[in-house]
Design a protein around this ligand. Structure first.
Ligand code: B1M
Length: 233
């Protein structure tokens, strides 16, 4: 399917109907073609697609395919990095649309990916959606040790601490952070929400988080609900 288009010099993404354009974007993401992914994103928006539909169907859908081939040893780290870079290009286009909100700040969140883990796409997406929902987001980055989380809590005094982990080897570090909050008598000062592909509800409960969030949409809803409960209490 793709060779046919890639070999055609006059090939223009604008000529493709929506379904084929999305498939082409999956291939472009797979091949790490950032400019093409950006262009496809812009075209779908011009055609009246909502930012969240472009995100889910064209970008996240494409990255899921990359994930399967990465797992199966068909793609390797350099290729996946290029795919991630292409996905970020598309996300940059969507960012202002996802973050567009007239609402007052509904709460503050400090968010970071835990120590040992450099995956940041999911965290960035959560940050964007939270901003879009009116939250003030302080993104402290990737590979974050407990000391840096504590400094950020001290400095920003957020309602919520968000942690992301994509590896089974790094997800236990979330418990290290929560246990340290308990030890220092800080646990009741902040709502702790966790997320990332290998986590689940049970893990969230086991480590003492207030909530496990399956995706960015759930994170927004959960954040609003927990802040309302906290304030009422
Ligand atoms: Co990595 N990697 N990776 N990787 N990578 C995975 C996670 C993996 C599942 C691939 C696979 O084998 N199928 C596998 C983990 C296996 C495991 O632990 N069981 C894996 C591996 C093994 C590795 C390396 C160890 C590979 C190696 O070096 N041999 C290495 C580790 C590096 C490290 O961190 N120390 C590595 C490296 C990389 C790249 C650098 C190449 C690149 C990251 C680039 C980047 O992030 N800037 C990369 C990528 C891109 C992936 C996959 C393909 C895609 C991840 C992604 O961005 N998903 C991934 C396979 C997969 O997950 N399908 C894989 C899209 C994103 C939107 O989803 O992150 O799940 P996700 O976020 C969602 C939810 O989970 C939730 O909301 C988000 C939006 O809806 N969520 C939160 C996430 N965080 C949240 C926080 C919250 C709330 C919700 O707080 C409130």
């Amino acid at each position: 399917m793709t060779e046919q288009y890639n070999e055609d010099e006059d090939f223009d993404l604008n000529d493709l109907p929506d379904g084929e354009l999305v498939e082409q974007m999956h291939d472009d993401l797979y091949n790490g073609l950032r400019d093409e992914v950006v262009e496809g994103t812009e075209i779908l928006l011009e055609r009246g697609w909502s930012a969240s539909r472009v995100l889910d169907e064209a970008l996240v859908g494409g990255m899921a395919i990359v994930g399967v081939d990465f797992r199966d040893g068909i793609l390797f780290v350099p290729e996946v990095l290029m795919a991630a870079n292409a996905m970020k290009g598309g996300m940059e286009v969507l960012r202002p649309l996802l973050a567009a909100s007239d609402s007052e700040t509904v709460g503050k969140i400090v968010i970071g990916t835990v120590k040992g883990d450099i995956h940041d796409i999911g965290k960035n997406l959560v940050s964007m959606m939270m901003e879009g929902a009116g939250f003030e987001v302080i993104d402290i980055g990737i590979n974050i040790p407990v000391e840096t989380y504590l400094e950020a809590l001290e400095e920003h005094k957020p309602d919520i601490l968000g942690m992301s982990a994509l590896l089974t080897t790094t997800m236990p570090y979330m418990k290290v952070v929560i246990d340290t909050l308990v030890e220092k008598g800080l646990r009741d000062d902040v709502i702790v929400m966790v997320g990332g592909a290998p986590l689940n509800e049970e893990f969230g409960k086991a480590i003492g988080a207030d909530a496990y969030c399956r995706d960015a949409g759930v994170a927004v809803d959960m954040a609003k609900e927990l802040i309302a409960m906290h304030r009422a209490a």
